[in-house]
Design a protein around this ligand. Structure first.
Ligand SMILES: Nc1ncnc2c1ncn2[C@@H]1O[C@H](COP(=O)(O)OP(=O)(O)O)[C@@H](O)[C@H]1O
Ligand SMILES: [Mg+2]
Length: 312
């Protein structure tokens, strides 16, 4: 649905996007991750034909952004960064206005506006001025605008930026719902978002793709992958550290300084990031350890993110 081929954008001397290539298949939600200034918005603006690339090309549903910009725009619903719209318009008016621009009129226009208002739960604020909306409703109004022509592809630039946790949750649910009918490219610098909604993740830094995979594939690069944190009662920390270090499936042990009275907490790192939970459980059982806590870490995305995007 989206096929990007060596896309670059230069602003004067700054290479904001540097030969980026990727694909998004039907039904996928690709999370576009990167620090501020990495080139996410610039890439999205090129894909939505707001700015031309300096070199490279991209196709949306088979239409080239260079040769068929109008057809490309028809295939895309775009939520730009910080959801701009017309402050002094009423929500309903704004949506009708956009629908007219999209070429609808009469019953069809009414029908389409009705559908998107329903989808984004804007019923209560239809007659409210956009200026007076909370940020969450503003975001939804802009999302409604992007859905009017029922496009197969959605490009959402930081759709949950600046929302409170409840609003974030709502927008994420909405995005998941929409993924049943749409292919979605969503940019964010919020890592939990990626795990919450994306089927695939691409990390960019300084305009270059530095990581790509499912969230789990990226997590498997973490140094915490399959590490186990245990809290035991009535143990002598030094002795325990020694015991753990001698286990053949353990690569290294870290004494976490979060001990409470009579409780020692340690993190065990496996050899080659292998799963050691079964072996460790057996060991602790035989040792008759008094287990307070046992958890396996899938990996920490923020650590992988820093590994891949660290500026040196
Ligand atoms: N119109 C522009 N003129 C000059 N530089 C720009 C312009 N737009 C973006 N940039 C620069 O390009 C880089 C990438 O920006 P952007 O794509 O907005 O990053 P992101 O969305 O990942 O935070 C930044 O260094 C930014 O300052
Ligand atoms: Mg941006």
């Amino acid at each position: 649905m989206i096929s990007v081929n060596s896309l670059s954008k230069k602003f004067n001397n700054l290479l904001a996007v540097d030969q980026v290539s990727f694909e998004v298949k039907q039904g996928e939600i690709l999370g576009f991750l990167g620090p501020n200034g990495a080139g996410k918005t610039t890439t999205m603006k090129m894909l939505t034909c707001f700015i031309p690339p300096s070199s490279g090309n991209a196709e949306i549903c088979g239409y080239s952004i260079l040769d068929d910009p109008l057809k490309v725009r028809n295939q895309i619903g775009y939520l730009p960064e910080s959801a701009p719209s017309y402050d002094e318009m009423l929500v309903g008016e704004f949506l009708k206005f956009v629908a007219e621009i999209r070429g609808y009129s009469g019953m069809e226009l009414k029908r389409r506006v009705g559908i998107v208002i329903e989808k984004t739960s804007l019923n209560d604020v239809e007659n409210q001025m956009i200026d007076t909306l909370s940020k969450g409703f503003r975001q939804r109004t802009c999302l409604a605008q992007a859905l009017l022509h029922d496009p197969p592809v959605l490009i959402l630039d930081e759709p949950t930026d600046g929302l409170d946790p409840n609003q974030k949750h709502e927008v994420r649910c909405l995005i998941k719902e929409m993924s049943e009918e749409h292919t979605i490219l969503i940019s964010t610098h919020i890592l939990e978002e990626v795990e919450a909604v994306c089927t695939n993740t691409m990390i960019i830094a300084k305009g270059k793709v530095v990581g790509y995979g499912t969230p789990d594939e990226l997590l498997s690069r973490s140094m915490y992958r399959n590490s186990v944190t245990v809290s035991l009662k009535d143990e002598e920390p030094r002795k325990l550290l020694n015991e753990f270090n001698q286990l053949d499936f353990v690569y290294s042990v870290e004494h976490l300084q979060e001990d409470r009275e009579n409780v020692v907490t340690m993190r065990l790192y496996p050899n080659n990031k292998e799963s050691i939970s079964m072996k460790l459980e057996e060991y602790l059982f035989e040792k008759k350890a008094q287990l307070e806590h046992f958890s396996v870490d899938r990996g920490k995305l923020d650590e992988v993110f820093r590994q891949l995007t660290a500026v040196d």
